[in-house]
Design a protein. Structure first.
Length: 312
């Protein structure tokens, strides 16, 4: 098995021995890396709010056989559209990425993929995502179309605000409303409130992630909540964790059935965030990356409890 050092084209911050580097045909690797397929955590963080939305819809209504397809379509769509979003992000950030140690090995700044090819790849992924979206009904289609503006704006947020993590939260958690709409044919208060709680969660985990780059970001003038919060990050992130838990609890309370099980899930979710805060060290990049990736588990915990509540 080749090590990372024996793969000069590998992206330096991708998980060691990821499936793209190990198994994908060599010609496909630059494109899969451009879509961040070599690091699945982003797909999970895009998918999990969608699954929360299905759970909330089942609690507000009742489970349906179609929910199985919604869950699968969201998984496929999260993989494809996360890839499209990352491609767009790398197109807009290619000059910045070339100046940051952690990102200069990505396909565009390293020259593995050309700009024209990146645009074509972006379009192809968008078409696949659209094909999946139209199977979820008219309300979900409109929600998907509405999200495009948020996705387009996010890569530029770090240039004009200290809060790019807020804009990421707007876009990355839209699926909680989209999946709810796919089940119900409409958007009610519960998924909107859950979207707000999930935004607080995104600020929490992406600030932890951004602490890996604070020195490079300061040198090139890129803004982030990690730079804004600086040494106060642990205390401020504790506030966002509390906000996420409180708002998600309200979202559960706006549903009609098995709220105690839903609240138990929110509590377990909150306990995981508390564990992250106890381990958080802003100046230790390895720990920041480990904690960022652990948010797959916190999101899955809540998704599981909401699914049980919806099915009971």
């Amino acid at each position: 098995m080749q090590s990372r050092t024996e793969r000069p084209d590998a992206v330096v911050d991708a998980p060691a021995d990821n499936w793209v580097d190990r198994f994908a045909p060599p010609r496909t690797r630059p494109w899969l890396r451009l879509s961040r397929a070599d690091r699945p955590i982003g797909t999970w963080l895009l998918l999990l709010p969608c699954w929360w939305g299905i759970g909330l819809a089942m609690m507000a209504d009742a489970p349906r056989l179609f929910d199985l397809w919604i869950a699968l379509a969201c998984a496929l769509g999260a993989f494809v559209m996360r890839g499209a979003g990352c491609t767009w992000n790398d197109i807009t950030d290619r000059a910045i990425d070339a100046q940051v140690a952690r990102t200069r090995s990505r396909p565009l700044p390293s020259g593995q993929v050309g700009l024209r090819g990146a645009y074509l790849w972006l379009g192809l992924q968008g078409l696949v995502g659209l094909a999946i979206l139209v199977t979820l009904g008219q309300a979900a289609v409109w929600m998907g179309v509405a999200s495009l503006a948020l996705v387009a704006i996010y890569p530029f947020a770090k240039r004009f605000t200290w809060w790019p993590q807020l804009f990421l939260g707007f876009a990355f958690n839209w699926g909680v409303m989209l999946a709810y709409a796919a089940h119900m044919g409409r958007v009610d208060a519960a998924p909107v409130v859950a979207w707000l709680g999930a935004i607080a969660w995104t600020i929490f985990y992406d600030t932890i992630y951004a602490h890996q780059d604070v020195e490079d970001d300061a040198l090139i003038g890129v803004r982030s909540t990690a730079r804004l919060f600086a040494d106060r990050s642990p205390q401020i992130l504790a506030g966002f964790a509390v906000a996420a838990v409180a708002v998600l609890a309200v979202a559960v309370g706006l549903t009609g059935r098995n709220q105690l099980m839903g609240w138990a899930g929110v509590l377990a979710f909150g306990l995981h965030l508390m564990w992250q805060l106890q381990k958080f060290r802003p100046d230790q990049g390895d720990i920041c990356l480990e904690l960022f990736r652990s948010n797959r588990d916190s999101g899955l915990i809540l998704a599981l409890f909401l699914a049980i509540a919806g099915l009971a």
